[in-house]
Design a binder for this molecule. Sequence first.
Ligand SMILES: [Zn+2]
Length: 212
Amino acid sequence: MNTQNDVVALVNISTQKWPPRHRTYFGSLEIRTPEPGEAFAITPIHACKGIMDLGDKRTMEFPITAREIADDLVREINGDSGEGSFHGVFVAAGPMPTEAELAEAHRKLDAFHRRLVDAADLEWERSHNPMFITDLERRAARELKQDKPWLYDPKPQAECPACGEKIKAGVAVCRSCRAILNREKAAEFGLVPRVTETPLDLMKLREKGSAK
Ligand SMILES: [Zn+2]
């Protein structure tokens, strides 16, 4: 096979971003994600030459086809979330994915998302604990546009008395206006000087008290 012309299309229908893939024979490769308005993105995969170490400083080059490389990448990306997991990447038979290939990928992605949502529903019924709901399950529900009670962060939110911004309960300092909301806690993390009362301070306090 002429490795120069050996290219296959790795197709991605998901908007999920993955870290670059690394292989000794091609270095680093970014898997493309569809731009807004695009139904899919193609990452061209080229054939490579592998180098086999034969020992005694002898090496042997061997060809790796584009299809082998693409299949390996697809297996790695789709398979990272347990049995039957699918994240929307596949190798097209031709230079462009066919309607049938895209429909099949959407069917598989939908089925995987539904399974994740079902698992999260079961978990929620059992524990009612959002800590046990995975990011993957939340993403699946959002992809299916399903509203679920476990999608929300149940931590009660309070308002900063200084600026009115929403703040998490129990924080020491307001994130938006830097107001100190809990002096003791802020001092604990070195955000404000610790209050230490010296005998002189106490004397001043007493003076103030008696001046009233
Ligand atoms: Zn504030």
